[in-house]
Design a protein around this ligand. Sequence first.
Ligand code: TRP
Length: 313
Amino acid sequence: MTNAFAKDILTGLRAEQKHLPSKYFYDDNGSRIFQEIMNMPEYYLTDAEFEILSLQCKSIIDALQFSTPFNIVELGAGDGLKTFKLLEYLVKHNIEFNYVPIDISQEAMDMLSKRLKERLPGIHISPQVGDYFEILKKNKENDYPSLLLFLGSNIGNYLDDKAIELLQLFNNNMKKGDKLLIGIDLKKNPIVIRDAYDDKHGITKRFNLNLLLRINRELNADFRIDDFDFYCHYNPITGEVKSYIISLRDQSVELKAINETINFEYNELIWTELSKKYGLQEIQELAENSNFKLKTNFLDCKHFFSDSLWEKP
Ligand code: TRP
């Protein structure tokens, strides 16, 4: 089997505890539904981070203590909306920098550069499509200091070990003095978190079940969407939101493109996503465990979210 999607889906569905990789949520439909999630009033993450990057851009840039020009390398830039205020501040103040947004979607990168060039004439932008690490490796040979951006609480989607592994990989591909600004969702009143993930509009349910529709389409499968539901749970002690799809009956699903049949038991769970929330002490430990030095946590006014600035010592 050559197709990575088919391979990953099959591995997940054959496992003792079934699971599906959340990165596959984001096909064209999934990305559109995710936009709807971000627009829900309950999904506080987007607004909180936007507020930090809008109101505190001067403090963030001052804290870098960089000589100019420098690089801003954004991992998973997407539509780049959050970063806009920060870039706008730099352009307005004639601070010389090169913006390197990285994303797996060529289309997203084309749109982002077009929009930025219109809105911020004179900006230096070198969009890159592809694998983070290949691009980071190249960037390490660059003479100028770099700020890496890993925003949107992406890190919350990794299990503890995997998170540290990923951050160490970032670290290995940075130069001494380079900085990482990492968006991390904070522990808070559990009701606020529950409402953001278990939304009453049913958008998050649609977002999760859309992955089954994608499997139907791409692997010629026959998931009957009405026979599955969505469940999610926040544990305020561990800080983990876990999302699942539930099988509402004993059933089997054929994946015709790869000649496979998967059986589901009544009430069997398929784990789809982890969205981990951190306390400030845990952020400190995360930084240390991945060989960074924490400089400053930039919080929004409600203290819901942190953009945490780390240095490679
Ligand atoms: N990964 C994002 C997050 O952790 C997107 C997301 C929001 C999500 N709600 C979700 C992913 C529910 C899976 C299930 O916030």
